[in-house]
Write a protein of this length. Sequence first.
Length: 579
Amino acid sequence: MPESTNRSGADSNGPTEVVGETASLDFIRKIVAEDVASKKNDGRVITRFPPEPNGYLHIGHAKSICLNFGIAAEHGGMCNMRFDDTNPAKEEVEYVEAIKKDVEWLGFDWTDRLCFASDYFDQLYEYAVQLINAGKAYVDSLDAEEIRTYRGTLQEAGRNSPHRTRSTSENLLLFEKMRAGEFEDGSHVLRAKIDMASGNINMRDPTIYRIRRTSHHRTKDRWCIYPMYDFTHALSDSIEGITHSLCTLEFEDHRPLYDWILDESTVPCHPQQIEFARLNLTYTVLSKRQLLQLVQDQHVTGWDDPRLPTISGMRRRGYPAAAIRVFCDRIGLAKRENVIDIAALEHAVREDLNRHSPRVMGVLHPLKVVIENFPEDQVDEVDVINNPEDATAGTRKVPFSRELYIERDDFHSDPPKKFFRLAPGREVRLRCAYFIKCVGVVRDPKTDEVTELRCTYDPATRGGSSPDGRKVKATLHWVSVAHAVEAEVRLYDRLFLDEHPGENRDFLESLNPDSLKVIRSCQVEPSLKKAQSGSRYQFERLGYFCVDIDSTNNRIVFNRTVLLRDTWAKVQRSMQAKR
């Protein structure tokens, strides 16, 4: 079974170590099931997926999406789609729409439960006023650097701000002026009054409001102060009646603050925050900052570049949504950080494509073959199986003529040992067609490059078998020259050379210079002439390919999704053998 690479060596406490043998309940589902059984929250289960609209979603978000929507569905509950839009300087409508599209494409529906943190700005402001009136918040006039200095370190306690003792009336007046736009950005902040000596730095009077004169994509210029994430997150959960607030592990140290905000505010309910390990993949970066840098510095073509781990990039590359959901289910949930081999994701993609993708023939590096004893004007239509994994897929007719294309790599004029494909004097099978034998080689007189093969065929071998029982050791794919459709094929490989980019050197230093190779004179069978964008196919012997959005009526473009070779299956077999 696919296994995660647990670099911390820690117990995952869930079905993370062995992928494919998912336990009936992971540690979060056990908590939720116990809450439902005990009638906590009146047996209700309401979760939420709270993306920040400051970038596109990636495979790590897919894990959270599947978890939050999945747990709600398992208990007949609801999952809110809530945008945490509290930082207008980095947020865009483009990101909002892309996130909605990605979640829908993954197969989840928030129905009428689309929410924005900005929906609650008035309520959040009132909650902040409540804290000021209760003596639990104050306006601080230290600048950002001074606040950092006063906060202390992990080894040294923080110091109280000289403004911590401001009166309630002064704090209310300053906060009102902050809202009215009377102060410059950075001149004042509103801080929670907790404990500057706390061992948890998050509890050392955290900032809960700051001034930011930036137009918001929804509220426009109505506000010039915006709540911080921790403050917004806790109160938004309560306002929406969330029962289980599922977060990744980086928020574990923020949980005391989450609880403090709810305990010190007059809120309708107090959700339970539960943390789980975020998804990390080998040969991949999932930091939004790093992904943004890749896009802005044009190391990739955009957020939907098929080399990126973004959901839109994976969709464009040809990853099925069902395969991503299966992958997220298989890796399970861990309580401590771990790294999953990207081959496990590719394995899930390949499994799905193998079951559902039609087989077609395409030649990436064409070498012309002339069958000398095949009538010049004759065209045969041979029956080719669409998908041997799908009994209902049937067959299709593929034209076969005197002149064909085969892969250049399928011929060798001086074949090495264990090369069983076409060579002078050697016979091979053409997929679902005939046996052919190489009887001549045409070369460029200047470069000595092979430009054409002369062959003969055996008419008695139609369908790919010989009535006299003779055997051949290789079967080649092919395309009829007269019927071929020229295509562009983009061969994608991993974006990074290092297994853990950024671990031992700057992540950009491990960019793979060969992560994309473009072939512009490929030849594919005529059935693909009108293939629609997003359609997926297995090119016989070459891998799985998807029609790219760049395709036009005059030119079709394919992206390679994954190779046929399944490295993870090889790992599985090795593990099973050891067991």
